[in-house]
Design a protein around this ligand. Structure first.
Ligand code: ASP
Length: 342
């Protein structure tokens, strides 16, 4: 029988209403497992590992990402796959971070959650959970895992984790990956798009990474952006990486002071990544002169990556390298399918 480890971190899926305030709060998941009789009918042995103090995913942080890596490493050989129950709010950040922290991953790590708690009548949690377990246990005829990647499964879609974004705070259709196709679609059957799924090197072990450098920030351009604010931001002590959310195909206002501040920051070793504010489509800095000026100021293209992924990749690389030239090289290539470099 295949074995899957269910790691419960918190999130709406396992929450209940506080009788005093009416607000949702994380509950002990082992109590809730009894409310999901369907689990007994899946031909997969499921063990539950729960965070000592389950959290709302707004409280997720790099220490807890490292904790998730430790849990996966400690159980790696005993399970066919892992399902992480996680709040939807920061799920795309966690999925992106884990994709870099679990190098050469040879087993499925599927993150899921729900918009309604699992003990509610109309919950989306049951289907998300049960299908995620099936995907985490799925294998090819040769016995190799079907999806050896960090993914998000939600509302019928299996998405590459580091390509995913939360798109809806209300609807069950909470995630999508605008710049990369789904890895599988679950309807009556689960249809896997095998040609899109990463193939690890099975002759090498999975290599865990634990260190992330949080000296990073996300900054969004808008018409009327203030010079003093941007100068102040880029003078922040310990700042080593910036994700700049630009217009359209990676465009920016042609303000001499902005280019000068960015050039100076790059010269001081700050790595600046250009990610578009658009939900879909890539950055192409040579298309308009504003983008071209950014390129000349040392700003690196984020290609078609998400903000969540750019920030996680920067934290990971900054945690491993001190030389900004090396970090820039790694930002310009896909480590685990997170960007399409033309
Ligand atoms: N606030 C919740 C969380 O992210 C929302 C959810 O789980 O959907 O933990």
């Amino acid at each position: 029988m295949r074995r899957v480890l269910l790691i419960y971190t918190g999130g709406t899926i396992g929450m209940g209403q506080n009788p005093d305030t009416g607000a949702l709060e994380p509950l002990d998941f082992s109590q809730l497992v009894g409310n999901i009789p369907e689990l007994a009918s899946i031909p997969v042995a499921v063990d539950v590992h729960q965070f000592a103090a389950p959290i709302d995913s707004s409280d997720m942080n790099p220490q807890l990402w490292a904790r998730l890596v430790e849990i996966i490493v400690a159980h790696y050989d005993s399970y066919d796959g892992f399902v992480i129950l996680h709040g939807t709010d920061t799920m795309a950040f966690t999925a992106s971070a884990l994709s870099f922290m679990l190098e050469n991953l040879t087993k499925p790590v599927i993150l899921t959650g729900s918009q309604l708690p699992i003990n509610r009548l109309r919950t989306d949690g049951r289907e998300n959970l049960i299908t995620s377990i099936e995907i985490a246990a799925a294998r090819h005829a040769d016995g190799r895992p079907r999806v050896p990647e960090v993914c998000i499964y939600f509302s019928g879609k299996l998405l590459r984790g580091n390509r995913s974004t939360k798109i809806n705070s209300e609807g069950f259709n909470a995630f999508d990956s605008f710049n990369f196709p789904h890895l599988a679609d679950a309807g009556v059957n689960i249809v896997y798009h095998d040609d899109l799924i990463l193939r690890p090197d099975y002759s090498r072990p999975m290599k865990p990474h634990y260190v992330m450098d949080t000296g990073v920030v996300v900054f969004t351009l808008f018409p009327g952006i203030d010079e003093a604010t941007v100068r102040h931001l880029l003078a922040t002590p310990r700042l080593r990486g910036l994700v700049m959310r630009t217009y359209g195909s990676g465009n920016a206002p042609q303000l001499p002071w902005l280019m000068e501040v960015l050039r100076d920051a790059t010269a001081r070793g700050i790595v600046i990544i250009n990610i578009t504010q658009c939900a879909a489509g890539p950055v192409e800095m040579a298309r308009y002169s504003g983008g071209f000026l950014l390129k000349n100021a040392g700003v690196i293209s984020g290609y078609d990556g998400t903000v969540e992924c750019a920030i996680a990749k920067l934290m990971h690389l900054l945690g491993h390298y001190s030389d900004s030239a090396i970090i820039r090289q790694h930002m310009n290539r896909a480590i685990c399918g997170e960007i399409s470099v033309p």
